[in-house]
Design a protein around this ligand. Structure first.
Ligand code: SME
Length: 158
């Protein structure tokens, strides 16, 4: 099965999303376990885009707690409204940060991270159950294309 996940590295960003979406959907719809699906989702995204860091935080006990991820070790707990992740949770919307140094309260898990996008995802009662966080070592790396497709991907996880 793993062979089917290898994508063409010469494609543009939107083409890569379009190529991996059906693979990812099939992968997560065939498995009910959330952690297994989060783990495979960030592994596939890391392989497809080679982002600096991609992973999930899950709402537990009034905090975001680190879940499956790919990349360097990261902060384990983030409070409601704190950092980009906690703000996306609080506002229940995707936040794109072109330059993390311009985001008040940004939590620097890695000094190499310069831009990021955080996409909340929702449970059956439309409550935020977690966020997908992607970091880049490049400035201004994420845009509405990422927001659109990452929202599609997270919609399959709730
Ligand atoms: N930068 C995030 C914290 C998580 S790490 O980047 C993996 C934030 O400000 O919420």
């Amino acid at each position: 099965m793993a062979e089917t996940l290898i994508e063409d590295k010469h494609l543009g960003k939107e083409e890569i999303y379009l190529q991996i979406l059906p693979q990812l959907k099939a992968l997560v719809q065939g498995e009910e376990d959330l952690i297994a699906n989060l783990a495979n989702t960030c592994a596939l995204l890391k392989e497809a885009f080679n982002w600096w860091w991609v992973g999930f935080y899950l709402v537990k006990d009034q905090s975001l707690v680190l879940g499956p991820f790919q990349g360097p070790i990261a902060c384990t707990r983030i409070g409601f409204g704190k950092g980009v992740c906690g703000s996306a949770w609080q506002q229940q919307k995707t936040i794109i940060v072109p330059n993390v140094h311009d985001f008040p309260g940004h939590i620097a898990c890695s000094s190499a991270s310069l831009s990021e996008i955080v996409v909340p995802f929702f449970g059956s009662n439309q409550e935020v159950i977690g966020v997908l966080d992607v970091d880049s070592e490049h400035l201004n790396y994420f845009d509405e294309v990422d927001a659109k497709y990452l929202a599609q991907i997270t919609a399959w996880l709730g």
